[in-house]
Design a protein around this ligand. Structure first.
Ligand SMILES: *Cc1c(COP(=O)(O)O)cnc(C)c1O
Length: 360
């Protein structure tokens, strides 16, 4: 038997979550975000499971091409747009939609005097995140120039991105929506603001197109909440099994650096998963692990290939018993909380050696 470390991708859960987005947003069209290998779930796998989506969102041309190679016909939006002029013909050939977020990209598009199939574009406006987009004062000038490009299909869409849509404090997002609405108020074209946080907490931001990412995969964008709290189902589960069990004495230290000392004589289990698989190295003592369906705490430092677990509540556990690191019963958000990171990072961080299975 091979190393038991694997992820299982539940495509029914994915479709369930997509349905939740549909019912939350009513008439809005959906750009299902599948960048970074579908948040670690498999780009093509996720896309093939959501044929009814109105578009897919990826970061770049290379990701878009993988979708076209797999015969995915839906519109595909390149969220970072063009990196250089040579990408224009390739974008047209793949029928990709571009986000245009800076004047360098406008200049690239202006350099094209003929394009058989003009490109659909979204003009990105920076309403306060200060990552990508034209400032509100530059947006009109960018719009005018793009309107004159033969390479650009009309109407042009308008997009912004929220910096704090998941935050308790509502003031920042309120301002972002206000700025966006002001800048675009007399401009004709589709509008798109909402990421997962916007979809769940800001109905006024839904408008024409929404861009769900993390909620499609069944995790919550809100600190202290989990996907199942919102009726979402986790899509990925990471599992493995016990590969060794030791009876240790009070005072024995476990793992690299001896960061955990047995407070009593006890059983400690070894599980075949580590940071070499994408399990977070910063996971602290106490991080929940499901062993034989029961929560047990992580003890000691996470190694590349292994972790150790407190089995005091499992007197009959044996080598080969099943372990769930995250999934149904151990929210990935909880593991993230114990590791100083987010569900986003954990889901996208699974490494290549982990076996992948699908359930339907
Ligand atoms: C990744 C991304 C999203 C999705 O964000 P979530 O928080 O995962 O919903 C939406 N819009 C843009 C532009 C993105 O890059």
């Amino acid at each position: 038997m091979s190393r038991p470390t694997k992820i299982t991708i539940d495509l029914n859960a994915l479709r369930h979550n997509f349905g939740c987005v549909r019912s939350l947003t009513g008439g809005s069209s959906i750009i299902a975000m599948v960048k970074s290998n579908g948040y670690g779930h498999g780009l093509v796998r996720v896309a093939e499971a959501l044929p009814e989506t109105d578009a897919f969102g990826v970061a770049c041309l290379e990701e878009g091409r993988l979708l076209r190679k797999a015969k995915i016909k839906n519109p595909v939006v390149l969220m970072e747009g063009l990196f250089d002029t040579t990408e224009i013909n390739q974008a047209a050939a793949g029928n990709f939609t571009l986000v245009v977020h800076q004047f360098e990209q406008v200049t690239m598009l202006e350099s094209i005097s003929h394009l058989k199939n003009p490109l659909t574009i979204w003009l990105k406006i920076d309403t306060g995140m200060h990552r990508l987009g034209f400032s509100p004062s530059d947006a009109r000038r960018a719009y005018q120039r793009l309107s004159n490009c033969v390479a650009v299909r009309k109407p042009i869409g308008f997009m912004t991105h929220f910096a704090q849509s998941e935050a308790e404090d509502k003031s920042f997002t309120t301002d972002q929506i206000k700025i966006f609405n002001e800048v675009t108020k007399d401009l004709i074209g589709p509008k798109s603001l909402a990421n997962s946080g916007g979809i769940m907490a800001w109905p006024s931001s839904h408008q024409d197109w929404v861009r769900p990412g993390i909620i499609l995969y069944g995790a919550s964008p809100f600190v202290g909440r989990t996907g199942p709290n919102h009726g979402l189902k986790p899509v990925m589960s990471l599992s493995s099994s016990l590969i060794a069990i030791h009876d240790l004495q009070q005072g024995d230290r476990v793992g690299y650096g001896g960061t955990w000392t047995c407070p009593a004589s006890m059983r400690v289990g070894v599980i075949a998963v580590g940071y070499g698989d994408g399990y977070p190295r910063n996971a602290e003592n106490g991080t929940p692990i499901l062993v034989n369906g029961k929560i047990c705490p992580l003890v000691g430092r996470v190694s590349m290939d292994m972790i150790t677990v407190d089995l005091r509540s499992q007197s009959t556990a044996k080598v080969g018993d099943p372990v769930l690191l995250w999934g149904d019963g151990v929210p990935v958000e909880k593991v993230a909380e114990f590791s100083g990171t987010t569900a986003y990072e954990l889901l996208t961080g699974i490494t290549r050696r982990v076996h992948v299975f699908e359930s339907h």
